[in-house]
Design a protein around this ligand. Structure first.
Ligand SMILES: Cc1cc2nc3c(=O)[nH]c(=O)nc-3n(C[C@H](O)[C@H](O)[C@H](O)COP(=O)(O)OP(=O)(O)OC[C@H]3O[C@@H](n4cnc5c(N)ncnc54)[C@H](O)[C@@H]3O)c2cc1C
Length: 575
C-alpha cells in the first residue's frame, strides 16, 4: 500500500548540507513547506563526527587573504578543481562562519575574544575555524536548533529513500521512501529537491565514516540518469587509529603533532621539507606508505603495519583544552593516552572527492534537483580535498541550493504545475524493492558479500593502484554483484534493518564498480589517485573530469567533462 506525501521542497539528508539548505529555503520563502528526510535521527548524521575545523579567511587584518584560500584549494586539488568554484567558496564562507556565530555556534576563541583558527594541511595560513575538536557536533547542534525555529520545516527521521522520481520530461517530481518504523512504502511529491546524502566511506573496511555512510544518494542519482563525477578520487587521511580506523583529526598535527617512523624520525622532512606533517593529505598518506614499504614502519598488535603520531610534547594542558575528544578516542579505542605516549596510526578512507555531477550552483542535470555537501561533485576539491574545506562546502552550497530550490518551487507553485501521475514509476520501484530485494532469495549471506567487497576495496583501490590490481578488483566486484545474494532473512515489516542493510549493499556494489572502472580509465597519477604504472600527472590527456552514466544491464558508461580554469595555470605541486 503506497501513501502519498507532498511538500514544496524535499531535502534528502540532515547532515550539515541538508540542515543548512533547509534553513536557507525557509528563509527565502516562509510560505513554502519543506520536507527533510533522513535515514537516521538528525543528530546521528555523519556530520556530527567532523572534528578539526571549517576553513575560512577571517584574519585579513593579520595577513590572510581570499586569494590565498583560492590558490591553496586549487593547488591542493592537483589542478583538477573548477577554479570558479574555489573562488566562490573562498568569497562566501566567511559570512557563513559569522552567520553560525549569530545562531549560537560556540566557536573556540582567542584571548582577545575573536574567533580562533588553527593550522591545517595544505594551507598557507592558520585557517581552520574550530570548536575544540568537535566542530561538526557543534555546527550540527547550532543548525538543528535554528531549523526548529521554522514552522515550515518538517523532519522525517528514520525514513529510507529508495529512488528519485521524474515526470518523464526530466523534471524532478519526488522520491520514494520507506518509513522504517512502520515498514510502509511512500511517495513524496515535490517540485524541488536537494540530495544531501553525504559521503560513502563505507565502501572501504578501514574507514573513518559512520556505518550509515553508504552511497544510497549517489546510487539514486545514478539510477535516475544523473552522472557521477570523478569517483576514482578517494581521500585517505593519514591518521586513522588501529584497529578501528576512527579518525585522529588533522587538527592534532595543526596543533604541532609529529609523525614518526620506527627510527624515531619525523620522516615528512624527506617528502615535504617545507610543510612537513601539514602537507596535503594525499602527499602525507603516500609518504607514509613509502616509509612502511621501506621497512621503517611499526607493526600493530593485529599484525597491520603502521606509523606513529606523537603529541606528547604538546603537554597535558594543551591537549586537554584543544584535543580532549581525540584523547578520549585514543584511550577508549586504542588503549593509548596521547598525553603520555605516541599513538599508532595508518592512512584510512576518509572522503569522496567525487559525487553527483553539478554546475557551480549545485544544479544537477535534472530540472528542479540540486545536490549539496559530500554527495555533490561541484568540482571544488578536484583530485584532493584540503581538510576543513568540506564543512565549508556544506555550509556554502547548503545555503545556495536551499535558496535556488525555494525560488524554483515558488515559480512552479505560481504556475500551478500539477503533480504528475507517477503510478507506473512507483510500481516499477515497488517491484524492484519488494519482489527483487525483499522477497529475493540467495545462498550467500549479504553481510559476507559486504565484508568481502569492502576488504577488497582496501587492497585493490587503496592509495597506490595499478592496472593488475584494478582489473582484479573490477572482476571481483562484478562477481559479487552477479551472485544471487539479495537475501533478507528478517521478514519483519517494522524496523527491518536487515532489509535496509541489503539495500545499502546493493548501492555499495554499484558505486564500487564506478570507482574501480574510473581508476582504471585514468592512466595518470593526480592528487589522491596514484597509479604506480603511470606515476606522473598528465595534463595533456587527463586534465578533465570523469563522468559515469548508468547503463541498464551493463557497467558504467564513461565520458569526460572539461575543467574550468580561470586565472591559475596548472603547475607542479611542491610542499
Ligand atoms: C571522522 C571525520 C571527521 C571529519 N572532520 C572534518 C573537519 O574537521 N572538517 C571538514 O571540513 N570536514 C570534515 N570531515 C568531512 C565532513 O565531515 C563531511 O564531508 C560532511 O560532514 C558531510 O556532510 P553532509 O551534510 O554532506 O552529509 P552527512 O553528514 O553524511 O549526512 C548525510 C545525510 O543523508 C542521510 N541519508 C543518506 N542516505 C539516505 C537515504 N537512503 N535515505 C534517507 N536519508 C539518507 C543521512 O541520514 C544523513 O542525514 C570529516 C569526516 C570524517 C569521516
Amino acid at each position: 500500500m503506497t501513501d502519498h506525501i507532498s511538500h514544496d521542497i524535499l531535502i534528502i539528508g540532515t547532515g550539515l548540507a541538508g540542515l543548512r539548505a533547509a534553513i536557507s529555503a525557509a528563509m527565502t520563502n516562509h510560505k513554502l513547506d519543506i520536507g527533510v528526510i533522513s535515514k537516521v535521527q538528525v543528530m546521528r548524521s555523519h556530520s556530527v563526527s567532523a572534528e578539526g575545523g571549517t576553513a575560512a579567511v577571517l584574519f585579513s587584518d593579520e595577513g590572510d587573504n581570499i586569494e590565498s584560500h583560492i590558490y591553496d584549494t586549487i593547488r591542493g586539488s592537483d589542478f583538477l578543481c573548477d577554479q570558479d568554484v574555489a573562488e566562490k567558496l573562498a568569497h562566501e564562507i566567511p559570512n557563513e562562519i559569522y552567520q553560525l556565530d549569530k545562531w549560537g555556534m560556540p566557536w573556540s576563541r582567542r584571548d582577545d575574544g575573536r574567533i580562533d583558527q588553527r593550522k591545517f594541511g595544505g594551507y598557507s595560513f592558520p585557517r581552520a575555524t574550530y570548536a575544540q575538536d568537535k566542530v561538526g557536533f557543534y555546527e550540527m547542534q547550532t543548525l538543528y536548533d535554528t531549523c526548529l525555529k521554522y514552522e515550515n520545516i518538517h523532519f522525517y527521521n528514520e525514513w529510507f529513500c529508495t529512488s528519485i522520481l521524474d515526470d518523464g520530461n526530466n523534471n524532478f517530481s519526488g522520491v520514494t521512501a520507506i518509513e522504517m518504523k512502520s515498514g510502509n512504502f511512500n511517495v513524496f511529491n515535490s517540485n524541488s529537491g536537494i540530495i544531501a546524502t553525504g559521503g560513502a566511506g563505507r565502501l572501504y573496511s578501514f574507514s573513518t565514516y559512520a556505518y550509515s555512510s553508504t552511497p544510497d544518494g549517489l546510487d539514486m542519482g545514478y539510477r535516475a540518469g544523473l552522472a557521477l563525477k570523478d569517483m576514482e578520487f578517494v581521500q585517505f587521511h593519514p591518521t586513522g587509529i588501529l584497529p578501528s580506523g576512527i579518525l585522529i583529526t588533522e587538527g592534532a598535527r595543526g596543533e604541532g603533532g609529529y609523525l614518526i617512523n620506527n627510527l624515531g624520525e619525523r620522516f615528512m622532512k624527506s617528502y615535504a621539507p617545507e610543510k612537513l606533517e601539514l602537507a596535503p593529505r594525499d602527499v602525507v598518506s603516500r609518504s607514509m606508505i613509502k616509509e612502511i614499504d621501506n621497512g621503517r614502519g611499526f607493526i600493530h598488535e593485529t599484525g597491520v603495519p603502521c606509523l606513529k603520531l606523537d603529541l606528547t610534547h604538546l603537554g597535558e594542558e594543551r591537549i586537554k583544552e584543544k584535543l580532549a575528544g581525540i584523547r578520549e578516542i585514543g584511550i577508549k579505542f586504542s588503549g593509548v593516552d596521547i598525553i603520555s605516549e605516541p599513538i599508532e596510526i595508518r592512512p584510512v578512507c576518509h572522503y569522496m572527492m567525487g559525487g553527483v555531477h553539478t554546475n557551480i550552483d549545485g544544479q544537477t542535470e535534472m530540472n528542479g534537483l540540486w545536490t549539496a555537501g559530500e554527495a555533490a561533485c561541484n568540482s571544488l576539491h578536484g583530485a584532493n580535498r584540503l581538510g576543513a574545506n568540506s564543512t565549508s562546502e556544506c555550509l556554502v552550497w547548503g545555503s545556495i541550493t536551499g535558496r535556488l530550490a525555494a525560488q524554483h518551487a515558488d515559480k512552479r507553485k505560481e504556475k500551478g504545475s500539477a503533480l504528475t501521475n507517477l503510478e507506473n514509476k512507483v510500481q516499477t520501484e515497488e517491484k524492484r524493492i519488494f519482489d527483487g530485494i525483499f522477497r529475493g532469495r540467495g545462498e550467500v549471506n549479504p553481510y559476507d558479500i559486504r565484508k568481502e567487497f569492502t576488504d577488497m576495496m582496501d587492497i585493490k583501490a587503496y592509495i597506490f593502484r595499478d592496472e593488475n590490481k584494478l582489473v582484479e578488483g573490477l572482476k571481483k566486484v562484478r562477481e559479487l554483484r552477479d551472485l544471487a545474494w539479495k537475501h533478507v532473512d528478517d521478514s519483519a515489516k517494522e524496523y527491518n534493518t536487515n532489509f535496509i542493510n541489503v539495500m545499502e549493499i546493493d548501492s555499495l556494489l554499484r558505486v564500487g564498480e564506478i570507482i574501480i572502472a574510473g581508476a582504471l580509465n585514468r592512466r595518470e597519477s593526480r592528487g589522491a589517485h596514484s597509479r604506480t604504472d603511470y606515476p606522473n600527472r598528465d595534463d595533456v590527456h587527463f586534465l578533465k573530469h570523469t563522468l559515469a552514466y548508468f547503463k541498464e544491464g551493463g557497467g558504467p558508461q564513461f565520458s569526460w567533462h572539461p575543467v574550468t580554469l580561470t586565472r591559475y595555470v596548472p603547475a607542479e605541486r611542491k610542499y
